[in-house]
Design a protein around this ligand. Structure first.
Ligand SMILES: Cc1cc2nc3c(=O)[nH]c(=O)nc-3n(C[C@H](O)[C@H](O)[C@H](O)COP(=O)(O)O)c2cc1C
Length: 192
């Protein structure tokens, strides 16, 4: 069995963020799968400088750099802020570039409203493409997140279990195929 490295990035540093519940719960679902190795990264833990930006800073964050270098894919959990993604998420993603190429990315959208972050997911697609990531087409959406989890982060709606399974299955397929491709099909972007 191929074990896939699939870290999860939580994309907001807002104090009372509910997206944390979605990210933590999803990590528990991924940890149930023997073919996945995962770990939660949180943009709030990145002490980013006010007056610098981008790939020149990546060695300040070696755990993130190495996790993405060794990753087969990535899950991004993002709340929808004015139909876009938080600047803190973009700043963390922009620390790297070639490390993402030909790897899978799956999106989790979180919102207080009824659309479950569908608009932020759409907004992330062109940005992820420029990073060289290959986007899955099974998103996981958490609408009305304030009533989907209780105040301790316990999931209140068991329907999400099947949704998460479908979401993870698609990510695993994409990540596995791309891993095979990186290892077997020559590209100027990586060594086979
Ligand atoms: C700056 C800001 C903008 C927001 N814009 C939207 C929005 O466009 N659509 C939406 O459904 N919810 C919006 N929300 C509400 C979030 O969906 C809500 O806070 C939800 O709990 C997910 O974000 P959180 O992880 O920060 O809690 C916004 C929240 C903030 C702080």
């Amino acid at each position: 069995m191929t074990v896939l490295n699939l870290p999860v990035l939580l994309g907001t540093n807002r104090k009372d963020r509910k997206s944390l519940f979605a990210a933590k719960w999803l990590v528990t679902q991924m940890e149930l799968r023997s073919e996945i190795k995962t770990r939660l990264f949180d943009v709030a833990d990145f002490d980013l400088p006010q007056r610098d930006y981008g790939q020149g800073l990546k060695d300040m964050f070696p755990e993130w750099r190495d996790a993405i270098m060794n990753a087969d894919g990535l899950v991004i959990v993002s709340p929808e802020y004015n139909h876009g993604y938080p600047g803190s998420l973009k700043a963390v993603l922009d620390l790297l570039l070639k490390e993402y190429i030909h790897k899978a990315v799956a999106f989790v959208g979180v919102s207080a409203g009824p659309w479950g972050g569908t608009r932020v997911v759409e907004a992330m697609v062109p940005m992820a493409r420029e990073l060289g990531l290959a986007v899955t087409f099974s998103d996981l959406n958490f609408p009305f997140v304030q009533r989907t989890f209780d105040e301790t982060g316990k999931l209140l709606d068991p329907a999400f279990e099947q949704r998460a399974k479908d979401f993870i299955d698609e990510l695993v397929w994409m990540a596995q195929v791309l891993k095979w491709g990186r290892e077997n099909v020559p590209s100027k972007y990586h060594q086979t």
